[in-house]
Ligand binder design. Sequence first.
Ligand SMILES: [Co+2]
Length: 184
Amino acid sequence: MHLRVKALESVLVEKGFVDPAALDAVIELYAEKVGPKNGAQVVARAWTDPAFRARLLEDATSAVAELGFTGSQGEHVVAVENTETLHNLVVCTLCSCYPWPLLGLPPVWYKSNAYRSRAVIDPRGVLKEFGVELGEQTEIRVWDSTAEVRYLVIPQRPAGTQALDEAQLATRVTRNGMIGTALL
Ligand SMILES: [Co+2]
C-alpha cells in the first residue's frame, strides 16, 4: 500500500497535478492541528446543551459549523446517537471515508480490509475484539460512510459525570467512542 501510494504521488507530482508541499501541509494540518478533540467538543456540547443536541441530530453539518468545524471531508456529516438499546458503528466498506474536520485522520485499522469487511458482516464480533460487549437486547446499527456522507457517533454520557463541565466532559470522549468501537 505504501509503495502504491508513493507511486501514485510521484505520477501526480510529475504531471503537475499536485504540489508535494501542499500534500505535506494537508497531512500536517490534519495530523497536528485537527484531531478527535474537535469531535469530543461536539459530543460534550451535545451532552450539556439540549438545543445543540437537537440541531446536531437534525443537521450535523451546520451544527458542527457553529463550533467552527468545517472543510474538506466534512461537507455532509450525520450524527448518530447511542442509547441504552442502540449502538452505532461507523465503517467505510469501500475505502476510508471519515469526518476529517471532527476526528482528524483515520486510524490504520479503520482502513484495513479486515475491519471494512467484517464490521458489516459481524459487527458484534468486531466490537468484542475492541473490548465492547453489548447485551443481546442492544441493537447494533452499522453506518457505511461514502464520499458524500460521514458519520459521527455520539456516545452515551458516562455515569457519574453530572458535576463535570463541558470542557471536562470533552476529555472523557475518545476517538474510538466517536467511531463506535469503544464505550466511554
Ligand atoms: Co470511503
